[in-house]
Design a protein around this ligand. Structure first.
Ligand code: ADP
Ligand code: ADP
Ligand code: ZN
Length: 216
């Protein structure tokens, strides 16, 4: 199964990716996670990416395309993968198409999560992530049992730098301008599967499965 998860910041792509990864045994490839790791490691890529990320802007296409091409060539992607946060521009989508064609592979579906803007903002401002294992929480919708401590591993929770009010607004705008046109792009290919992402995450997951496996 080869799936793309589309949707604005806060739509629940990361949350659903984890559930899909478990269900289908395919790796989640999150370009945001790869970039945040590079920032944390202080690599040249990380230093370049951080400037864009802190402004809520996209990292240049050529940089992201190279990262994804290298990642998709790895052994664990042989039987499928789940892209979370890529493609985000038409140029990235076209480069992705070329990568698939070169290997004679086809994408199965693009899941497009729809969530009202007010809900997105609330989700992003309450998002907390475990520094150690990456598990995600939400202060209101999925709070940790002990403040700032991960229930899974005891690690410390942090708030992403770009989940502050101004950067959230910038990211929403970037999404509308640069990423939303991809809906049309995938719709034209007959791959777009629109899902109401405003329900609780279990219901959203059930909807996604229904759209991916209509017969099952
Ligand atoms: P969100 O949770 O808001 O959807 P991500 O974790 O996917 O955010 O991305 C965080 C930031 O990383 C983006 O605002 C952008 O700066 C950068 N980024 C992630 N994926 C891409 C991509 N495919 N192209 C360009 N920039 C990206
Ligand atoms: P994205 O990867 O699209 O930016 P995330 O999966 O990181 O979105 O979710 C953003 C925040 O919203 C996280 O704190 C997460 O716990 C919470 N969240 C995710 N899905 C739901 C949902 N269906 N209902 C309520 N909160 C959710
Ligand atoms: Zn943890």
């Amino acid at each position: 199964m080869r799936i793309v998860l589309l949707g604005p910041p806060g739509a629940g792509k990361g949350t659903q990716a984890k559930l899909l990864e478990e269900r289908f045994g395919i790796p989640q490839i999150s370009t945001g996670d790869i970039l945040r790791q590079a920032v944390q490691d202080g690599t040249p890529l990380g230093m370049q990416a951080k400037q864009c990320m802190d402004r809520g802007e996209l990292v240049p296409d050529s940089v992201i395309i190279d990262i994804v091409a290298a990642r998709l060539a790895a052994e664990d992607c042989r039987d499928g993968f789940l892209l979370d946060g890529f493609p985000r521009t038409v140029a990235q989508a076209e480069a992705f198409d070329a990568m698939l064609q070169r290997r004679q592979l086809a994408l199965d579906a693009t899941v497009d999560l729809h969530v009202p803007r007010a809900e997105l903002i609330e989700r992003l401002s309450g998002r907390r992530t475990c520094r150690q294992c990456g598990h995600m929480f939400h202060l209101r919708f999925d709070p940790p049992s002990k403040q700032n401590v991960c229930d899974e591993c005891g690690g410390v929770l942090y708030q992403r730098d770009d989940d502050c009010e101004e950067t959230i607004a910038a990211r929403m705008e970037v999404y509308e301008r640069q990423t939303a046109p991809l809906r049309e792009y995938f719709r034209d290919k007959g791959l777009l599967r629109e899902v109401d992402g405003s329900r609780d995450s279990g219901e959203v997951f059930a909807q996604i499965l229904h759209r991916l496996l209509p017969a099952g």
